[in-house]
Design a protein around this ligand. Structure first.
Ligand code: V0V
Length: 152
């Protein structure tokens, strides 16, 4: 905090995004998609897991040589009533979400709530590789499902 930063009642807490964490695409078949991205773009899988709570089979693909750079997250439905299954049924395969890395998911969610945005969860849930995640409703973020990711 510096002397020039505003403080006091009515001043909104800052929203601190560190970088783009990943972009998520919905696909009907994870294995077929991994083969497509490997053969077409030379992208390789650096992490894969099933998240039962979110109802997804997902894989993280590295893009370029930077091991810590933004990733492509490939999301396939693990259950017919999941968010990804619903997205595929409505829109077909394609971009489903944009995720930002944050230092503190609760503080960032609170700062966005203070700006009138709806967060999907009251408290963070478990995301990829033990991260803590929350989402901004797409209708409050210009039609984009925005994910906040606090890495483990
Ligand atoms: C729905 N809408 C979207 C959207 N999904 N717009 C942009 N991007 C999306 N992904 C629009 C939809 O077209 C409707 O617009 C409106 O929002 C409300 O639709 P709805 O029928 O209420 O939509 P639902 O029931 O499909 O729910 C949408 C939400 C749901 C976003 C609430 O998908 C959700 O809970 N998502 C968060 C969880 C998630 O996505 N998990 C999978 C990834 P109109 O027709 O009214 O104009 S898991 C993950 O990312 C992990 C594990 C990780 O990264 O670590």
């Amino acid at each position: 905090m510096t002397a020039s930063e505003p403080t006091g009642p009515g001043v909104l807490p800052a929203v601190e995004l560190l970088r783009i964490d990943h972009v998520g695409v919905a696909v009907p078949d994870l294995d077929a998609a991994l083969q497509f991205y490997a053969e077409t773009f030379g992208m390789h899988c650096v992490h894969q897991e099933t998240n039962e709570e979110q109802g997804v089979r997902e894989a993280m693909l590295a893009v370029g040589p930077d091991p810590d750079g933004p990733r492509l997250q490939v999301l396939a439905p693990a259950s017919p009533d999941s968010a990804i299954a619903k997205f595929l049924g409505r829109s077909g395969p394609g971009l489903q979400q944009l995720a930002y890395t944050v230092r503190d998911v609760e503080a960032t969610a609170e700062a966005l709530r203070a700006r009138g945005l709806r967060l999907l969860y009251d408290t963070p849930r478990r995301g990829t590789a033990g991260s803590r995640i929350n989402f901004v409703h797409p209708k409050d973020a210009g039609g984009v499902l925005v994910e906040l990711v606090e890495p483990a």
